[in-house]
Design a protein around this ligand. Structure first.
Ligand code: SAH
Length: 508
């Protein structure tokens, strides 16, 4: 098509110094576009932040609210050395998968991909996993099921079998799925009054709203009430720039099965004016409330939670169930945000673990022991390790309240604790890892390779680090058998994967 011609003619003009741009500028910036230029772009990809990707002479521009397959006229907003940002002025060609958004302000509330049809979101997520496995992991990939088997990637190791990537498992109803919301509080720029809601995309400007279509309905109501009562009791909103004011964030978590609500007020400073009356009013207004906590964060930082949490009212934790296991969850502990899909994910992890009742399993990055306790029901023994101390307290208590006696938990960095276990002669038949976005530490991967379990189940929320780590494990003698993407975060560009690796003795 005319995609390249179009841009080239535009840019070749721009390259000349005769267009009013000095040679000095041209020498500094090699980008073929500058701020405020208008460009016509073919959108060829989608980033992890759900921005469309377009190129001008190989130079990448990220464009909000633009989908692959679309052609847009866009205004360049910002140019950096390697890439830039642009905004759509006009869509020249629409994607056939574009849908009317249900949320009027659809960038807010974390539903960045709402304008892409849900089935297409699921296909895109799987394709994203395939792409990174090929590009970063250098694997040959087979897209099982729909007959679309691809040839092995030229870069894959000789003799390596292809990795099977299954279709993404989506939700029947991909709305209102989040059990946790973290909403910033701030000042109305004009009046200075308290507002709160979600940040406008790629900025720290707060949109004053209670609603997000991907969060539980109770959170809409709870946010409305907290803001109203904070105003009534003279609680000052935090001002990020001057680092003044009190209320910074409202963090809400609800048990989907139990309907128990925890509200954590993140404050800049300890003292809350009219605290008792405020909390009393909250409790009266929200019948689901089981716990009100205060988290103190005095730092000038984007990190939401500070180190200190104290209970203002009710219980230290809320309860919820995954499958038939009951979990008590405290304010600082990680708990999967989509309870419906968590069950799907964990079932897959259990299936991949292939347990018969005789195995020792290590669950690294175990959080409050959710996967551990699922596995413990079918294994001889489970050892969990996790860095957050409160989470391990929760894990131990959760084992106890479920009468599970074959699970033990340790606090610490997995990459430090696991080598220690290994030195002490600990072995495992199955190792499950579920690391944060940055993936597994090299020391942990090395230890896994030395422990050499029969199976590794790798649960990941970041396909890129997953692909990197799977390559290391594959080079260490494991066969990556299958990757199952699970849609834990509908209407966002995030993808969760559960992967099975088995020891491949022949590869030694
Ligand atoms: N498997 C759990 C938690 C997964 S989230 C679940 O499904 O609920 C990742 C967890 O890793 C978080 O609880 C986080 O606190 C923990 N974590 C982060 N870095 C860690 C490290 N270096 N060692 C151990 N745990 C870590």
């Amino acid at each position: 098509m005319n995609k390249q011609d179009n841009k080239r003619s535009k840019n070749s003009k721009r390259r000349g110094s005769g267009k009013g741009r000095t040679n000095a500028v041209a020498a500094v910036s090699t980008a073929p576009v500058q701020k405020n230029d208008e460009v016509v772009l073919d959108i060829i990809g989608l980033t992890h932040e759900a921005e469309g990707v377009g190129r001008v002479e190989g130079f990448t521009l990220f464009v909000q609210n633009a989908l692959p397959g679309e052609k847009v006229r866009a205004l360049v907003l910002k140019v950096k050395k390697q890439y830039g940002f642009a905004k759509v002025l006009e869509r020249v060609v629409d994607s056939p998968y574009r849908v009317e958004t249900e949320h009027p302000a659809h960038y807010y509330g974390g539903c960045q991909l709402q304008h892409l049809a849900y089935d297409e979101q699921l296909r895109w997520k799987r394709q994203h996993v395939v792409d990174v496995l090929e590009r970063i992991g250098k694997f040959g990939v087979e897209q099982a099921d729909d007959g679309a088997t691809r040839a092995a990637n030229a870069g894959s190791a000789i003799g390596e079998t292809q990795v099977k990537v299954l279709p993404t498992i989506g939700m029947d109803n991909p709305w209102r799925y989040r059990n946790k919301s973290q909403m910033p509080i701030g000042q109305n720029e004009r009046t200075g009054g308290l507002i709160g809601g979600y940040y406008a995309k790629a900025s720290h400007r707060i949109m004053d709203t209670d609603v997000s279509l991907i969060q539980h309905e109770v959170h809409d109501e709870a946010m409305r009430v907290v803001k109203e009562l904070a105003r009534k009791h003279g609680i000052q909103p935090y001002n990020e720039e001057s680092h003044t004011g009190l209320l910074r964030h409202v963090v809400m978590r609800i048990g989907f099965r139990t309907n128990e609500l925890m509200i954590t007020l993140v404050t800049n400073g300890k003292r809350i004016p009219q605290q008792e009356e405020f909390v009393e009013d909250l409790v009266k207004a929200l019948p689901q409330l089981k716990s009100v906590c205060q988290n103190i964060n005095n730092k000038q930082t984007n990190v939401i939670l500070g180190d200190k949490t104290r209970l203002l009212w009710g219980s230290e934790y809320i309860t919820d169930y995954i499958g038939d296991i009951k979990f008590e969850i405290s304010a600082r502990s990680f708990y999967q945000v989509n309870p419906v899909q968590t069950e799907v994910l964990y079932e897959k992890a259990v299936e991949y673990a292939g347990l018969t009742g005789k195995e020792t399993v290590i669950d690294a990055y175990c959080g409050i022991g959710t996967i551990s306790l699922f596995l413990a029901q079918r294994a001889k023994r489970v050892l969990g390790v996790e860095i957050v101390e409160e989470a391990i307290d929760d894990a131990r208590r959760n084992a106890e309240i479920n009468g599970i006696q074959n699970a033990e938990f340790a606090v610490g960095a997995a990459e430090e604790v696991m080598p220690r276990w290994q030195e002490q002669g600990e072995t495992a038949d199955v190792i499950v890892v579920d690391p944060p976005r940055k993936g597994c530490d090299q020391a942990l991967l090395d230890t896994m390779l030395e422990m050499r379990p029969e199976r590794i189940v790798y649960v990941s929320c970041n396909p890129s680090t997953l692909a990197r780590d799977l390559r290391i494990l594959a080079d260490g003698g494991y066969q990556v058998v299958e990757v199952q993407p699970v849609d834990m975060f509908p209407h966002t560009a995030h993808v969760e994967c559960c992967s099975l690796l088995v020891w491949n003795g022949n590869n030694e």
